[in-house]
Ligand binder design. Structure first.
Ligand SMILES: [Zn+2]
Length: 471
């Protein structure tokens, strides 16, 4: 028996394989420098440091509740879960629109969508607006944006403040790579292109102080490789496969940081521009409604040190709060005219186990005719306030079409409480109606109205490749 084992080449292959695995594992353990441990008192001290960087990850179309760390029993997101458990997780974050461009304009400027006015496909953020990348650039950071969604392209004003702002070169994906919309003209490339470009950037510029924005698209595209294709084949399963694939891409960026011993010098933010509907309210996709499935997104903040345990911030916050918070964390000037607030007081209170009131209403808006230039606006506005979300339509003749939901009784917004029991006019409670009135009375942003850009047929086709019908 022993002789047979010793004579068999498989014995040696197996031993060699085992040795390799042991070596690889110990290599990873030795090579992966962990971040130091820190505590809540180290958070404010970050503003004094001169060696910290920003990695800002946006995962397009990522609804919060499909992440394991947000309660999904499936392990869709081990990398993001780890960032959350050693950092700060905001339990409930409201995005400002269910359409990328409107949402991203509000996120970057920290301003409610009714004030940016960025609502339709030809709108562009004017150069007079101050963008966070400009403030980081002025503070000496090398600023890079890498994106695959044409709605954040330079012609819509999103390049302001970036030294480099690129769509990465598309390469064929890994083995067995698939996407739901495989039609001709679909978005080319994969999110691996973005990860590769990020690695190239870190290799070239990682020694400088940097601000890196990565806008992942494969959750939007329902795209994934063989390894991540494990949750099934239904519409929602494939969405989870794509989350797992993008989570692994985020993990690859973290490894690049760790290999350069940069995670101990980097603040990482993971966020999303909007969620995705799976017919909870009759519609698949996004950019048409403002229900919870398209409105609520993850928000995770990882610091240059590990928190143990991680902090969970329970209050409802909004994407407009992201940059006021990060600028505060870095001790940089605040955004001009922002509606968002620094969340550092909420983080510190959560770390101390204190519950502080934060009853600021969070607004969202979608113009449902955003893709039709010759059609009048069809605005839908929403407020999330306390346990309620209320919506109101603004188009003539639709003003009575109000809805509101009580999340304590009805977390997924099935029962519109504005419907009168015995017929008659739908009504909102006074407080919610007044919040929406107040939102409509807010002045436009101080930098003025959106610019209008002309898009040629090729640019329009690139946007149509995302699956939108643009007239
Ligand atoms: Zn989007």
């Amino acid at each position: 028996m022993l002789k047979r084992l010793l004579d068999s080449p498989w014995t040696y292959f197996s031993l060699a394989g085992l040795l390799l695995v042991v070596l690889l594992v110990s290599y990873v353990e030795v090579r992966t420098p962990t971040r130091p441990h820190g505590s809540v008192s180290d958070i404010r001290a970050l503003a004094q440091r001169k060696d910290t960087n920003v990695v800002f990850v946006v995962i397009d179309t990522l609804r919060a509740d499909h992440l394991h760390c947000y309660g999904d029993p499936r392990e869709t997101s081990p990398v993001m879960d780890d960032l959350a458990s050693t950092g700060i997780r905001f339990a409930r974050t409201v995005s400002q629109s269910s359409w990328t461009k409107a949402s991203m304009a509000s996120m970057w400027t920290g301003t409610w969508p009714g004030r940016t006015g960025i609502a339709r496909w030809m709108h562009s953020i004017p150069p007079e607006a101050t963008m966070p990348a400009e403030l980081f650039q002025q503070a000496g950071f090398y600023t890079v944006g890498i994106w695959r969604n044409g709605w954040v392209a330079p012609n819509f004003g999103f390049q302001q403040g970036f030294n480099t702002y690129i769509r990465p070169k598309p390469l064929p994906g890994p083995n067995g790579f698939q996407k739901r919309t495989a039609s001709a003209g679909a978005l080319v490339g994969t999110d691996e292109d973005l990860t590769r470009a990020a690695a190239e950037f870190l290799a070239a510029y990682g020694h400088k102080r940097f601000f890196l924005y990565l806008h992942y698209m494969d959750v939007h595209q329902y795209a994934y490789d063989e390894v991540s294709g494990k949750f099934g084949t239904s519409y929602a399963d494939v969405y989870d496969n794509a989350i797992h694939w993008v989570d692994r891409n985020v993990g690859a960026v973290l490894h690049e940081l760790q290999d350069r011993d940069l995670q101990r010098k980097t603040v990482i933010i993971v966020s999303a521009d909007h969620g995705e509907g799976f017919r909870e309210h009759g519609l698949e996709g996004h950019a048409r409604t403002l229900y919870r499935e398209v409105a609520e997104v993850p928000l995770i903040l990882s610091l240059p040190f590990e928190l143990s345990p991680g902090i969970v911030v329970p209050q409802t916050v909004a994407n407009v709060d992201i940059w006021p918070t990060i600028l505060d964390l870095f001790g940089l000037p605040a955004l001009a005219d922002a509606d968002g607030r620094s969340l550092l007081p909420l983080i510190e209170a959560a770390a101390r186990g204190e519950r502080v009131a934060f009853d600021r209403p969070a607004f969202a808006e979608i113009d449902r005719s955003w893709a039709r230039p010759n059609v009048d606006p069809d605005r839908l506005i929403a407020v999330t306030q306390g346990p309620y979300r209320a919506t109101r339509q603004l188009a003539p003749g639709k003003e009575q079409d109000v809805e509101y939901y009580d999340h304590t009784q009805d977390p997924w917004e099935a029962k519109n409480l504005a419907l009168p029991k015995n017929g008659g006019t739908r009504t909102l409670p006074l407080e919610l109606a007044q919040s929406l009135d107040g939102y409509l009375n807010l002045p436009p942003a101080s930098w003025g109205k959106p610019r209008e850009v002309h898009l040629d047929e090729m640019e329009l086709n690139q946007l149509r490749a995302l699956g939108y019908e643009i007239k």
